[in-house]
Structure formats: C-alpha cells, structure tokens
Design a protein around this ligand. Structure first.
Ligand code: PEP
Ligand code: MG
Length: 574
C-alpha cells in the first residue's frame, strides 16, 4: 500500500479524483548581480517581452472561449501595453546607466504606474494596476519562473494552494476545477463559501506542509465532507470513493425531486428555505436545488472581479437577470460587503492590523457615497416588477442604518427627478452579524424592515476568532452557547417588533443546527444551494413541539462540544 492520508477542515461537500495543480504565486525577488552590456540586457528584455506576448495571446484565447470577447479584452490591452514605446524607451535609458533588465523594467513600470495613479482619475488608476501586472509578467519571465497563475490550469485538476483569496477563487474555471485544498483558511473563509456556492468540493486548513506533499500532476482523492485527502490512492480506494460518490449522488437526486415543493414542518408550519448566491449561474443552480427565494445575493464578487468597480449598467443587467431567473420569488440583495478579506484593487486600502475590524462593508459604503449610490440606483431600477429587498452588511448601530437609508432616499429623489423608472417600495433590512446589532435588534427595528442573521461574522466577532485563521479554527464554534443566545435573542426581539427574521450565515444550512433554529422560530433558512434538499428533508421530519424541546435542552448546555454531541445523537434518531 503506497497511499498517504491527510485530514483538514471539511469545507465543501463532494468527492473528487484527479491530478493536482499547485498554485504558487511567484515571489519576484531581483537578485543583486552585475549587468551585462547594453545590447545583452536589451536582448534579454526583448526575449522576455516576446514570451509575455505569447502567454497573453494564449490567455486571451482561453478566456475568450470560456467567457467571451469582453472578458478576454483585458489580455488584449495587456499586449498593447507590452508594445508601449515609452516603456521600452525608459528601460533602455536605465540599462544605459548600468542597470540589469530586471532592475530597469521594475523601475520603468513603477514609474509609469505611479504617473497613471497620480492622475486622480479612476480609469487611469485602474490602468496603473494593469501596467504593474504586465511588468510582473515580464519580470517573472526574466527571472526564469513558470506561469503558475490559476488561468494556466489547462486540464481538469484539483487546485492546491497555500491560500486562495476570493478573487483567486472567482477566477477559477468551474469546468477545469475538480475541487480545491488549501493549507490555510477556515470553514467560513470566503473561498470556502464560494466553493459551496459553486458546488466544488473543498478542504481548507490542511496545514503548511501541504505544498511539500504534492507536486503538479500528483494523483489524489479528496472528500470534502470528511476533509480527507489521499495521495496516490490504491485502485481499491478509488473504487470505494467512486461508490460513495455514486451513493451520495443518488440520495441527492431523490431529495432534489422532493425539494421542488415548499418546505413545511411535520405539523404543517411553513418555513422558507432560500439560497445564498453570488451571480447568475449560482442562481440557476439554486432554482434547480429547490430554492424558494434568495436570502443573500453576495454582490461583492462583482466588485472584486475587475480592476475597476462595475458600472450601473452592468449591475442593472446582472440584478435584472437574477430577478428574472427567480421569477417573482423574493431576492435579498446585500449591498457591497468588501474589505475584511475582500479588498478590491481600486480602492486605496489603508494597511490594517485587523481588517475584519476595520474599513469594511457598510463603513466603506457610507464613506464612498458615489460607489454606494451607483449600486443602489442599479438595484432600485432592476427591482421594477420584482420582489427585491435591500440588505446592509455589518451594521452596528442605528445611526449607520439611518444614514444608509437616507442615501437610498436621495437616490430615489435623483431617479425621480430624472424620470427614470425604479421600484419605490423595496423593503430595507440589515444583517445581524455584529454582537452590537444582535443586542440592539429592538432599537434597530425602528429603521429595519427585516433582519437576517449572518452567523459567519457573528461567530467571529462574538468568539473573537478570525474566521480565516487555521490556527484558531478550533475556537470558531457557531454552535457555541454564546452565539446561540445572541441568535435566540435576535429572533425573539425581531418577532416582538413584528419583524421577519431569517438567517443567511452558513449555520442555516447545517443539519446539526436546523432543529435548534426551528425551535427558536426562525422564519427563513438561506444556504448554499446544494444544502437545500437535505435541509428541506430534515425540516419536514420535525414538529415545532419537538424542535422547541430540542432547542430548550440545547440552551441548558454550557459548551459547544456538549451541544454538538447532543445534536449528533438527535440527528441519529431522526
Ligand atoms: C455572514 O457573515 O454570516 C454572512 C452571511 O456574510 P459573509 O459570509 O459574506 O461575511
Ligand atoms: Mg458577513
């Protein structure tokens, strides 16, 4: 037996089998060495530039095939930048005073980028990043390093990485990604959430030795439900996993058919089961898995996929398409939740000691009203004739909420003055994801039409545990009594004010939590689409009386471990 087994944090269900692709962003350190003659250095620069041109052409063709001309256009622009005579001229000047091609290129691109960034114009600032990107590409080639960007994945592979940023994950091609495994990360880091949304198996927090254990093309099996990774599996292991995969798929097929019906508890109480989505494709997937609405549309991915913010027209088209796919069902659009582990490249981000406690979500929207207004205009316009709702992330007091609502009102006035059609009656609510909001629900109810519990952040902020830090992931316990008390308090206080209370944090889709949340009287469960069939099945098996009993027993425990053990026993009996 030659196989090796390892275990990480099970982040997204599913089994995958295939070769690995190791994603290692190159460290571009320029060695200190003497320059060759001017002719030699310029010849090296020219060869590297030719190679970069070929790479960019290859990328253009791949992305054009995958996503169309518009998405690929950026690589055409990069090719043009390569040929910029100003760049070549500056490199030559620097080489002539004795610099190596690497040093000259780095300085020339930084100068050019600095010039563009200093023009105080959004478009030019975005170009500055592109110039740097092109510079990095030539530099990497000069240093003799391979292109390991995710866009270089050419065959279906399991991606192995130290960590993946949300934009890395967004750039994965679902057709070529069998799953991913990262050394860092936690259960609710955004790459893990995106994996669940895309239905990709994922394991995170595998430990820093991960990249030493596999190399490009190593054959592995991964099980995203248990967190197991098996390197060079024996044929019997592959067969066993193939069987498990088939069994899971047939069960899912049966539950999926049942999930086409609306969810009711065993005693006939209607409970909404909705999906968390990021764009149009995952919305279609949500419909296929029985979503009765969208409890969370994460709009931030739109803001992370490009070197400039999405225009009003582009947002309008995407929101509209999502509303149309949902055909009259409710859709909660969360306004941009950037910052934290999701900083876009075009906003000047301060160096932050604690980004999750820093400039994030509604705080950015209130500081950057133009960015915020563009999004609100797009949502209000697209909402005409649909059941849209607007939700603000990371609110922690009434003042923030009032200011955000005032901006909505000013956007409505502008639209009215310009005689542009929009939906005037879109309900506005907030995520309850800071402990401050959870204890202030009765106060916030004055200005919030509904509440949705964001347990991913609520757990992080209540437990003071960074949700993406593998080192402390054992302390990240959404079923901790402290978190459950805040959840119950939110639901009770919301209901006392006559407000609807849903949940769009990952807890809503966890079978161990569903009976407790039903017992608390939660109105809506919003989760990744793949979890819906199993969740509806479970809800249908529980009466309100039974789930209230379970919830009340759970509240008598003092630790998350006791709650988890008890819930495992309960699930075995259902
Ligand atoms: C949450 O915090 O629970 C949530 C749903 O938002 P996000 O995971 O995008 O921070
Ligand atoms: Mg959140």
């Amino acid at each position: 037996m030659s196989e090796y087994n390892y275990k990480g944090i099970a982040a997204s269900d599913g089994i995958a089998f295939g070769p690995t692709f190791c994603y290692i962003p190159a460290e571009l350190n320029i060695p200190v060495c003497a320059a060759g003659t001017v002719a030699e250095e310029m010849a090296r620069f020219e060869t590297a530039r030719q190679q970069a041109r070929l790479e960019l052409q290859g990328l253009y063709e791949v992305i054009e095939k995958r996503a169309g001309k518009a998405e690929a256009a950026i690589f055409e622009a990069h090719q043009e930048m390569l040929s910029d005579p100003a760049l070549e001229g500056r490199v030559r000047e620097l080489v002539e005073i004795g610099q190596t091609a690497e040093q000259a290129l780095l300085r020339a691109t930084e100068e050019l980028a600095g010039l563009l960034a200093g023009m105080n114009d959004e478009l030019f600032s975005a170009r500055a990043l592109d110039v740097k990107d092109v510079g990095r590409r030539i530099l990497r080639i000069l240093l003799g390093l391979p292109d390991t960007a995710l866009s270089a994945v050419m065959e279906p592979s399991i991606i192995i990485a130290e960590d993946l940023t949300p934009s890395d994950t967004a750039s994965l091609d679902p057709e070529l990604t069998l799953g991913f495994i990262t050394a860092q990360g936690g259960l609710t880091s955004h790459s893990a959430i995106l994996a669940r949304t895309l239905g990709l198996p994922a394991i995170v927090g595998m430990g820093s030795e991960l990249l030493g254990r596999v190399s490009n093309g190593t054959i592995i099996v991964m099980d995203g439900r248990t967190g197991e990774m098996i390197i060079e599996p024996d044929p019997e292991t592959v067969l066993r996993y193939q069987q498990i995969k088939n069994q899971r798929q047939s069960r899912l097929q049966i539950l999926k058919v049942a999930a086409e019906q609306n969810a009711y508890t065993a005693n006939g109480r209607r409970v909404e089961v909705a999906a968390n989505v990021g764009e149009v494709i995952s919305t279609r997937d949500a419909m296929e898995h029985g979503a009765e609405g969208i409890g969370l549309l994460r709009t931030e991915f739109l803001y992370l996929e490009d070197s400039q913010p999405p225009s009003e027209v582009r947002q309008y088209q995407i929101y509209r398409e999502i509303f149309e796919v949902m055909a009259g069902r409710p859709v909660i659009v969360r306004t941009l939740d950037i910052g934290g582990d999701k900083p876009p490249s075009y906003l000047a981000f301060p160096e932050e000691m604690n980004p999750f406690l820093g400039w994030r979500a509604i705080r950015i929207s209130l500081d950057e009203p133009e960015l915020f207004k563009t999004q609100l205009r797009a949502i209000l316009r697209a909402a005409v004739g649909h059941q849209a709702r607007i939700m603000f992330p990371m609110v922690s007091d009434l003042d923030e909420l009032r200011r955000a609502r005032a901006i909505i009102e000013s956007v409505k006035r502008d639209l009215e003055l310009a005689s542009i059609e929009f939906a005037a009656d879109v309900p506005v609510g907030i995520m309850v994801e800071t402990p401050a909001a959870a204890v202030l629900v009765d106060v916030l109810a004055e200005a919030s039409d509904f509440f949705s519990l964001g347990t991913n952040d609520l757990t992080q902020y209540t437990m003071a545990v960074d949700r993406g830090n593998a080192r402390v992931s054992g302390l990240y316990q959404p079923l901790h009594p402290a978190v459950l008390r805040l959840i119950r308090q939110t639901i009770d206080a919301g209901h006392a004010k006559g407000k609807w209370v849903g949940m769009c944090g990952e807890l809503a889709g966890m079978t161990k939590a569903i009976p407790i949340l039903l017992g608390f009287g939660l109105d809506e469960f919003s989760m990744n689409a793949r979890a819906i069939p199993e969740a509806k099945h479970l809800i249908g098996k529980l009466t309100d009386e039974r789930s209230r009993e379970i919830a009340s027993r759970v509240m008598s425990f003092g630790t998350a471990a006791e709650i988890e053990n008890y819930m495992e026993q309960i699930l075995d009996t259902i």
